[in-house]
Design a protein around this ligand. Structure first.
Ligand SMILES: C[S@@+](CC[C@H](N)C(=O)[O-])C[C@H]1O[C@@H](n2cnc3c(N)ncnc32)[C@H](O)[C@@H]1O
Length: 206
């Protein structure tokens, strides 16, 4: 199975053997992982997606367990070491992670609000083990691997990521995005302008 650059980045971060692929949609990631000897449970809230995934499993000649469910509901999480949630927003991801039991590793790629995502997942008893920045078709993606445990972070770590803050390509793009938000606001005393200018300053002195 040939994955997109984004999904390949997610797959490369897997270091476990038993994965829950939450919101599997087409099921491509589960197919790839199964072909690489990783046991998968492919889940989705949409039965149509699961039917589409089952079709793809047949085409690729792989057997993968599936369940139609909201997040981690009705799943015995103790049978798995890794949960993957990719291609959803932070609000939905955090709702899924409010499940009473979680796997030791979480691999998450959110479409938005990465600061809130990092802060809230750390509050759940995880630290940031790895972060990867990937660009595909002019879209920017961040994939974060969390592991159970604790580590201290400052505000800048939550905003840009403790690992990505050392990634020049990511920081260059991040500063450009901040600058383009600032450029669109006429009132330079605006709180949003001050907020982003402050981040740029912190990144330059980091
Ligand atoms: C944009 S697709 C991403 C698919 C795949 N994970 C990827 O990264 O390419 C989002 C998928 O998440 C599913 N989804 C949304 N909310 C969900 C939830 N609460 N529980 C399970 N699946 C959900 C949607 O039905 C959809 O198939």
């Amino acid at each position: 199975m040939k994955l997109s650059k984004r999904l390949q980045t997610v797959a490369n971060l897997v270091d476990g053997k038993r994965v829950i692929d939450v919101g599997c949609d087409h099921g491509y990631l589960s197919i790839y992982l199964t072909q690489h000897k990783i046991k998968c449970l492919a889940t989705d809230i949409s039965s149509e997606c699961i039917l589409k995934a089952l079709d793809n499993f047949k085409t690729h000649n792989v057997e993968i367990n599936t369940i139609v469910t909201d997040g981690l509901k009705n799943i015995d999480v103790s049978n798995y070491d890794t949960t993957i949630i990719s291609g959803m927003g932070t609000h939905t991801i955090l709702k899924i992670l409010s499940n009473k039991e979680l796997t030791d590793t979480l691999i998450i790629s959110s479409n938005n609000n990465l600061k809130i995502l990092r802060q809230e997942v750390v509050k759940l008893g995880f630290y940031i083990d790895n972060e990867v920045y990937v660009k595909e078709n002019n879209q920017k993606y961040v994939v974060i691997k969390f592991k159970k445990g604790s580590q201290e972070y400052n505000d800048l770590d939550y905003i840009v990521g403790p690992i990505l803050k050392k990634n020049n390509k990511y920081i260059d793009d991040y500063v450009k995005d901040c600058q383009s938000i600032i450029d669109k606001i006429n009132d330079k005393n605006n709180d949003k302008v001050k907020y982003y200018l402050n981040i740029i300053e912190q990144l330059k002195s980091n």
